[in-house]
Design a binder for this molecule. Structure first.
Ligand code: EPZ
Length: 416
């Protein structure tokens, strides 16, 4: 596992063009298999998860070419409908290929995705949605075997607005016979991006971004050219990195309208934000204020993915903040590591009580999952002394060249 070595105390100031969104590009890459054609995706970030998804596409028989931030997928040669265990264990979010492969091949076999560091990650809602469209599903020997004589539109109600289940339902419904309604659908901006891409492929998806998505099935789809949306979680992580060091930062190629809940918290903590359509300028206060209570919720509520980087900010704020993690059952693994740096955090069930301290101390810490790793970077940037973060593979899953972007904004950070 690689290491990041950070000497804290430098202001993070400057300008960053924010990368494309990991959680938009993954389902959109999966969707490219649904057309016997070529698709061109722009603004694709360089991430481990994107590399792994490219590998899945190649294992399915597709040709994938990357030129800088553009990925071209030729799905005309697709010759398989199986995603094996090693790939699913590598990246459980490959489950979103299920709907796409069934759409194209009327059958699919994927290994059970299993859990991950932040929770059990069940897929019951995915499978229930697919069954509503006429998919027959067999779960045996750790594999999920799906087949559908014919995909028929239907009414899908999600007991929870699951992002992945909404995506799988959309992917399986776009070429089903008849109309599909997905109620209690996830409303995340990444769902909107997927719907827009599908419509560029010739699908008829409407209502994405609302709780009710309607899809009129079409005969077939064609390839499309599409630019991936900016990553709102990475953008907010850089705002936190600058805010916690008293810096002034300008983010370009962002969509502030996707980031409302996060920007309100930053303002509540004392950051001064100047918001334009595609940019954010943030001036941090000398010391951040605590925030009364943060509850993670489905969009448009406060995103679970930014809970840990924002907790790193609260760890040195004036006063006490409370974080309630309502989405995943094990998303406080960064707390022990922040405590090693001198943070005063008490976890009780799904809540974490954070009493701000004046200064964190640099130390050796371990990233145990993607966003918890990002939280350790935020903490290290404002800590006194040097911090070594082990587990950069986790961070690289979601943050493109994190040390490059941060060092260009004044951080003393290097990778080993
Ligand atoms: C997506 O995961 C994101 N991943 C996650 O980002 C994000 O945290 C999450 O949505 C919530 O916004 C990608 O898009 C690749 P869910 P997903 O289905 O689809 C329960 C990151 O750091 N659930 O909305 O797996 C589940 O247990 C990652 O970038 C069921 O019970 O999230 C969880 O408690 C982490 N049954 C809740 O729903 C199901 O069938 C939310 O899960 C599916 C989900």
């Amino acid at each position: 596992m690689g290491k990041l070595i950070i000497e804290g105390g430098k202001k993070i100031s400057g300008e960053i063009c924010v990368q494309g969104a990991k959680n938009a590009v993954l389902p959109i890459l999966a969707a490219t298999v649904m057309a016997n054609d070529i698709s061109v995706l722009k603004n694709c970030p360089y991430l481990r998860d994107v590399d792994k998804t490219d590998l899945v596409l190649e294992r399915l028989g597709c040709k994938v070419i990357r030129e800088n931030n553009t990925v071209t997928v030729d799905a005309s040669g697709m010759n398989d409908c199986v995603i094996c265990e090693d790939l699913m264990r590598e990246m459980r979010s490959s489950i979103v290929f299920l709907g796409a492969i069934i759409s194209r091949c009327k059958k699919a076999v994927v290994s059970m995705p299993g859990g991950c560091p932040i929770g059990l990650r069940p897929i019951d809602l995915h499978l229930k949605a697919l069954k509503s469209l006429g998919v027959e599903i067999q779960e045996e020997h750790g594999y999920i075997k799906c087949k559908a004589e014919e995909l028929c539109g239907g009414n899908i109600h999600l007991d929870f607005p699951s992002v992945g289940a909404t995506e799988n339902a959309m992917l399986a419904a776009v070429c089903a016979k008849g109309t599909t309604t997905i109620s209690n659908a996830a409303r995340e901006p990444e769902i909107v991006d997927l719907g827009r891409f599908l419509n560029c492929m010739g699908a008829k998806v409407c209502g994405m971004g609302s709780s009710v998505i309607s899809i009129e099935g079409v005969e077939k789809l064609h390839g499309a050219e599409y630019t991936i949306m900016p990553d709102r979680i990475v953008a907010a992580t850089y705002l936190a990195a600058s805010a916690v060091t008293g810096g002034e930062i300008c983010l370009k190629q962002v969509r502030p309208k996707d980031m409302g809940a996060m920007l309100h918290v930053l303002a509540d903590m004392g950051a001064v934000l100047k918001i334009e359509k595609n940019s954010i300028v943030q001036q941090a206060p000398r010391r951040l204020n605590s925030v009364h209570t943060i509850r993670t919720m489905p969009y448009p509520g406060f995103p679970t993915d930014i809970q840990s980087p924002f907790m790193a900010m609260a760890a040195v704020a004036e006063g006490t903040s409370v974080f309630v993690e309502n989405i995943f059952e094990n998303r406080f693994q960064h707390v022990d590591e922040l405590a090693r740096m001198g943070a005063d955090i008490k976890v009780v069930g799904r809540s974490a009580v954070v009493r701000g301290v004046k200064k964190l101390q640099g130390s050796n810490v371990v990233a145990r999952e993607l966003r918890g790793g990002a939280a350790l970077v935020v903490a290290a940037l404002c800590a006194q002394g040097v911090t070594t973060i082990t587990g950069t593979d986790f961070i690289d899953r979601g943050y493109e060249s994190i040390e490059k972007y941060l060092s260009e904004c004044g951080a003393k950070i290097r990778r080993e």
